[in-house]
Design a protein around this ligand. Structure first.
Ligand SMILES: Nc1nc(=O)c2c([nH]1)NC[C@@H]1CN(c3ccc(C(=O)N[C@@H](CCC(=O)O)C(=O)O)cc3)C=[N+]21
Ligand SMILES: [Mg+2]
Length: 302
C-alpha cells in the first residue's frame, strides 16, 4: 500500500527480465538449428552516422550474436538516396539468410520512411512497423508486434498478472509506441485512454490510471501528483540531459516521468536506464526468432 511517507515503489527490473528473455530466444535458436538446420539472421540498416544510433546498433549486433543468430550490419552514408536504400531492402527481402530486417529510424530528411517501411517484406519486419503488421495488431491477427510496446506489456503482465478491467492511460500516440501499446492493452481487456500533448486535463487523466505508460519524449513531464496511488508506471522515455555535475559535456538519461516523485506514489515503476530500453532489444531478438521459425515452417510446408 502507498502511504504519504516512506513509501517507495517497487522497481520493475527490465534489464533482468530482458536477460531471461534473451536466454529463451537462445534456446529457440538452438532448437531451430537442430530441427531445420537454420541459423536465424537479423539485418540492421543504419543510414547516416548519428553517434547515439551507432552505439545502439553495436549493442544489438553483439546481443544478436550472443543468442546464436547471425548479424548483418549495413552502414550507409547520410547522403544515400532513397532508391539506393530501397534497393538494399529488396536484396535483404530476397536473401534467404536474412529472416529479420530493421531499418534504424529516424532516417535522414530526404528519405521518406513510410516508403522504406512499406518496402520491407512483412514476414521479415521485426520492428512490426509495416502497415500489414500494424493492421494485424489492430484487428487481432498474428503479425509481428512493435518491440517497445510488446516489451512494456511483458513487464506489465509479469508485475500485475491479469490486466482485465484495469484503467490504462497511454501518454503518446506514435505509430511506434503509443498506438500499438493501446491495441495490446485493449486486447488484455484494459479500458484504454490515449492521451497526448494536446489532451485537456492531462494530470486528471493520468490520476485515473491503474497503468500509466509514458511515451511522449519529454523529459520528466509526468509529475508525482499525476500518479494514482498504487499505480504501475512504465516509462518509455529515453531523454539525454546535460549533467555538469558528472563533468564537462557529460549527460544522464532520464525518462518521461519524474522518477523520484512518482516513486512516492506508484506501487511499481520502471527505471531509466534499465527498464524499457533493454526490453526493446530483447523483444527485437524474440521477434527475429519468431520470424525465422515462421519462414522456415512455411518453406518446409508445415
Ligand atoms: N527501427 C528502429 N527500431 C527501434 O527499435 C529503434 C529505432 N529504430 N531507432 C532508435 C530507437 C531507440 N531504441 C532503443 C533501444 C534500446 C535502448 C536501450 O537499451 N537503452 C538502455 C540504455 C542505453 C544507454 O545507456 O544509452 C536502457 O534504457 O537501459 C535505447 C533505445 C530503439 N529504437
Ligand atoms: Mg504528442
Amino acid at each position: 500500500m502507498t502511504t504519504e511517507t516512506g513509501h517507495r515503489a517497487k522497481l520493475i527490473d527490465g534489464k533482468g527480465f530482458a536477460a531471461g528473455l534473451r536466454q529463451q530466444v537462445a534456446n529457440r535458436v538452438a532448437a531451430l538449428k537442430a530441427s531445420h538446420g537454420i541459423v536465424p539472421g537479423l539485418a540492421v540498416v543504419l543510414v547516416g552516422d548519428d553517434p547515439a544510433s551507432e552505439i545502439y546498433v553495436r549493442n544489438k549486433g553483439r546481443q544478436t550474436l550472443e543468442v546464436g543468430m547471425q548479424s548483418f550490419e549495413h552502414r550507409l552514408g547520410a547522403e544515400t538516396s532513397q532508391q539506393a536504400l530501397l534497393d538494399l531492402v529488396a536484396r535483404l527481402n530476397a536473401d534467404p539468410a536474412v529472416h529479420g530486417i530493421l531499418v534504424q529510424l529516424p532516417l535522414p530528411p530526404h528519405i521518406e520512411s513510410a516508403a522504406v517501411i512499406a518496402a520491407i517484406d512483412p514476414a521479415k519486419d521485426v520492428d512490426g512497423f509495416h502497415i500489414q503488421n500494424a493492421g494485424l495488431l489492430a484487428t487481432g491477427g498474428r503479425g509481428l508486434v512493435p518491440c517497445t510496446p510488446l516489451g512494456c506489456l511483458m513487464l506489465l503482465k509479469e508485475e500485475l498478472g491479469d490486466l482485465s478491467g484495469l484503467d490504462a492511460l497511454v501518454l503518446g500516440r506514435s505509430n511506434i509506441v503509443g498506438k500499438p501499446m493501446a491495441h495490446l492493452l485493449l486486447a488484455e481487456n484494459c479500458t484504454v485512454t490515449i492521451a497526448h500533448s494536446r489532451s485537456r486535463n492531462l494530470p486528471d487523466l493520468c490520476r485515473r490510471a491503474d497503468i500509466l505508460v509514458a511515451a511522449v519524449g519529454r523529459p520528466q513531464m509526468v509529475k508525482g501528483d499525476w500518479i494514482k496511488p498504487g499505480a504501475t508506471v512504465i516509462d518509455v522515455g529515453i531523454n539525454r540531459l546535460p549533467a555538469p555535475e558528472k563533468g564537462q559535456d557529460k549527460t544522464r538519461l532520464v525518462g518521461d516521468v519524474d522518477f523520484e516523485a512518482a516513486s512516492l506514489k506508484a506501487a511499481a515503476i520502471t527505471p531509466v536506464p534499465g527498464g524499457v530500453g533493454p526490453m526493446t532489444i530483447a523483444v527485437l531478438l524474440a521477434n527475429s526468432i519468431t520470424a525465422a521459425e515462421r519462414q522456415s515452417a512455411r518453406e518446409s510446408g508445415e
